[in-house]
Design a protein around this ligand. Structure first.
Ligand SMILES: C[S@@+](CC[C@H](N)C(=O)[O-])C[C@H]1O[C@@H](n2cnc3c(N)ncnc32)[C@H](O)[C@@H]1O
Length: 222
């Protein structure tokens, strides 16, 4: 049964063709960086438009909606789970989106794939909160990830984060502050705020329907 499911997943991934780029480096120490796989973003998208990045894109609701709203921007969406990214890529294909590509793999490896100072914005939507203290370094706003984002982002470019998890949000505020990032537009209840143009993600929909407030922040380097 498991073999059949795996074969089915592999077939579905293959149907996505060039839409998914594979960062198959899970066996490597993330601190070992090499440059041989750095993407040429201009040839990847066929143009010189600015590039933005979502990390942990899930089934792609956010990135596909954003790509439709902003055809003048290119988007990379990272997701480590194959069974999820395949749905996201299929969604982008069915919508005929030319300005989105997906990277399968952990955010730990992004420096080996994305050129330094090439990204205009990073979106972190409802990243796994990893509540156990011993897993804190897996949180996508842990300082080890902030260091990676610092390399990828253009000077003064922003990170936009949303979460339903108050403890994770407080952790993120502390990590950004401790690491010298400037915070702005902090919201403790996004849906009750006057923020315009919000794109609701799959998890956001689920949590807000359950009555949880949504926390949001923007962080940048001065
Ligand atoms: C809770 S889901 C949120 C999905 C989507 N962003 C949303 O808001 O509906 C978090 C996603 O992040 C992915 N993820 C967690 N850690 C990751 C990492 N280090 N690199 C890439 N993806 C990661 C998980 O596989 C999962 O699909």
């Amino acid at each position: 049964m498991r073999m059949r499911r795996k074969k089915h997943l592999e077939e579905r991934l293959a149907e996505c063709g060039d839409m998914i780029i594979y960062m198959d480096r899970e066996d490597r120490n993330y601190q070992v960086k090499d440059t041989e796989n750095i993407l040429d973003l201009t040839s990847l998208f066929g143009n010189d438009a600015p590039v933005e990045l979502e990390i942990g894109c899930g089934k792609g609701q956010f990135i596909c909606e954003l790509a439709q709203r902003c055809p003048e921007v290119n988007f990379l969406a990272v997701e480590k789970a194959s069974n999820v990214i395949v749905d996201a890529a299929k969604k982008a294909i069915s919508l005929g989106l030319k300005n989105v590509r997906f990277l399968r793999g952990g955010a730990e490896y992004l420096e080996s794939y994305i050129p330094a100072e090439s990204i205009g914005r990073i979106y972190l939507n409802f990243s796994c909160p990893f509540p156990k203290k011993s897993y804190a370094s897996h949180r996508l706003t842990h300082r080890r990830f902030l260091e990676i984002y610092d390399v990828l982002l253009k000077p003064h470019a922003e990170i936009h984060q949303k979460t339903d998890n108050r403890n994770f949000f407080e952790f993120s505020l502390e990590e950004f502050s401790d690491c010298g990032w400037t915070l702005k537009n902090i919201s403790l209840d996004l849906h009750a705020s006057d923020f315009e143009g919000n794109i609701v993600t799959e998890y956001e929909q689920r949590f807000s329907e359950q009555g949880f407030p949504i926390y949001r922040l923007e962080a940048y380097r001065k």
